[in-house]
Design a protein around this ligand. Structure first.
Ligand SMILES: NC(=O)c1ccc[n+]([C@@H]2O[C@H](COP(=O)([O-])OP(=O)(O)OC[C@H]3O[C@@H](n4cnc5c(N)ncnc54)[C@H](O)[C@@H]3O)[C@@H](O)[C@H]2O)c1
Length: 494
């Protein structure tokens, strides 16, 4: 057995055990609220100057460090990675951008020291999946707000642990779901909030993205790093929808899930896999471990969720088929329908120009057999553009990150923290979406039997209001007395 194969298996061994354990776990109901009560409405003491430690400086982490460093009142105060060269690259970027130098942490366990260091307020976690929960817990136990890439957890137990830790320590534990801040998603949210689609009945979302190359590629050529193939390692031993959030969290916001409604149960059905192993065979020579590698994850997973208020959601996952990217992003109500989650050829993100489409009955009962004509849609897209996009969309496009949505996500949580406002999503949203990893896998492995969702909010969902139409007040970003903040504002033309 060659070294690469041995290392790969070493990485998967514990995950296999986790998958077996997951099969016999129950969706336990948690205890009462931790020490300080529910995290709904929780606002930390205003932090005018936010010092962030970024851990996992790969493709997401590098982009995050650059975005965060451009937000007025936010400093990238610590950089952490397994690999020295990843930290070097960001140190050089900060120096070139004339930003303050950050403290450096290098090594597999170095994130622990960073989480305990009192020079940061928040940990921004862009590591591979298996590190999401350990880093978030270490961050909160070190007294820091935890911001974690998607998916922030995979099992019901992990979700409960994050909920209980966030409640007990009174710290934010937020999932970094950028797609909620996409132009199309925010347009849909606005239409929903204005009641133009009526009472919401059904939503469809997905993560359909041909990621075979990302699964199989050796990420590190110079030495076989532990973090190589983190996607493939996971998909090797799991089934179900393990990457649910890009398609689901926007639907949760439209429908007010955890705020007036909640997930009740799901059923999940999966095709066999035809594409993963065929890719390994086609791209690697016989004798190379990629060639004969076995993968458990099916190509297409379809999970159906019923809410306690009787609404339905379809959510799909396919990262191995040769088909165009789609988040589907469809929402229908008693008056009309919105769709807009597909990519135009060559584009990196859904724009509000195309393929967004929507329509609603002009008179009750008139029927709706097609979306509005193009000219009318164009006018209405402008009219109903989300106020946050109207306000900061141009700045966001300039800074970038999936067409600007990554920046709007970061700008919004930074604004909330700086001004003592509750964040848009909390640990309950994280838990109710992420537990679908385990619940859908258990359903698939049990002939699509239904699985109940735990109520992570312990009944508090009944009295919460859906997310409103939120923006930021750019004049209240950062401490205006600080030169660096003035420079950031000038660079962004704020
Ligand atoms: N929201 C989005 O649009 C989006 C897009 C892509 C990826 N992601 C998520 O972002 C995360 C990272 O993805 P990526 O594509 O940037 O991965 P990547 O492989 O490019 O980067 C991962 C980084 O983590 C580092 N790392 C590994 N082990 C570590 C450890 N023990 N301590 C510190 N650093 C460690 C690696 O050295 C590497 O630099 C994943 O969770 C993924 O799901 C989100």
């Amino acid at each position: 057995m060659d070294t690469n194969r041995r290392e790969f298996l070493k990485g998967t061994a514990w995950m296999g055990a986790a998958a077996v354990a997951a099969g016999c776990m129950s969706a336990k109901q948690g205890p009462g609220f931790g020490a300080g009560g529910s995290m709904f409405g929780f606002a930390a003491k205003p932090l005018k100057h936010i010092r962030v430690g970024v851990v996992g400086l790969g493709s997401r982490g590098a982009g995050a460090a650059h975005r965060l460093a451009s937000i007025p009142g936010v400093t990238v105060a610590a950089l952490c990675d397994l690999e020295q060269y990843r930290v070097d690259a960001q140190r050089e970027w900060l120096a070139k951008a004339k930003k303050p130098a950050a403290k450096e942490f290098v090594g597999a366990e170095a994130y622990r020291a960073m989480c305990d260091w009192d020079g940061i307020d928040c940990v921004y976690n862009t590591t591979p999946w298996e590190l999401h929960v350990p880093v978030a817990l270490a961050a909160m136990r070190g007294g820091k707000h935890a911001f974690t890439e998607v998916p922030s957890a995979f099992t019901v137990e992990e979700c409960w642990e994050l909920v209980e830790t966030s409640e007990k320590l009174r710290l934010n534990c937020m999932q970094l779901e950028n797609c909620c801040y996409g132009e199309a998603e925010m347009l849909a949210l606005n239409l929903c909030r204005l009641g133009l689609l009526g009472d919401l009945v059904h939503g469809e979302g997905a993560y359909i993205h041909d990621l075979r190359v990302h699964n199989y590629n050796d990420l590190s050529k110079d030495k076989y790093a532990y973090w190589n193939h983190w996607r493939l390692r996971w998909n090797t031993v799991h089934k179900g929808n393990q990457y649910v959030t890009h398609g689901l969290i926007p639907l949760m916001e439209y429908m007010g899930i955890n705020r007036g409604d909640r997930f009740d149960y799901l059923v999940s059905l999966e095709s066999d896999q035809y594409n993963f192993e065929a890719y390994g065979k086609a791209h690697y020579p016989a004798g190379d471990w990629h060639h004969d590698h076995k993968v458990q994850m099916g190509d297409m997973n379809t999970t159906l969720v019923k809410t306690v208020k009787g609404r339905s959601i379809m959510i799909q996952h396919d990262v191995s088929s040769p088909r165009p990217y789609s988040r589907i992003n469809k929402i229908t109500g008693t008056k009309g329908a919105f769709a807009g989650g597909d990519f135009k050829y060559g584009e990196q993100t859904v724009t509000s120009e195309w393929p967004v489409r929507f329509g609603w009955e002009e008179k009750p009962g008139a029927g709706l057999h097609g979306y509005f004509p193009e000219a009318k849609q164009k006018e209405l897209r402008e009219k109903y553009k989300h106020p946050y996009w109207k306000q900061a969309g141009e700045i966001a496009k300039k800074v970038g990150g999936h067409g600007g949505m990554d920046f709007l996500m970061d700008l919004r949580w930074a604004y909330c923290l700086q001004n003592g406002i509750p964040l848009d999503t909390n640990v309950y949203d994280l838990a109710s979406s992420c537990c679908i990893g385990e619940l859908s896998e258990r359903s698939v492995r049990n002939r699509s039997n239904s699985m109940d969702f735990p109520d992570f909010t312990k009944g508090a969902w009944k009295t919460q209001l859906p997310l409103g139409i939120e923006t930021v007040d750019l004049s209240k970003m950062g401490d205006l007395g600080v030169d660096d903040v003035k420079k950031d504002k000038a660079a962004l033309n704020i």
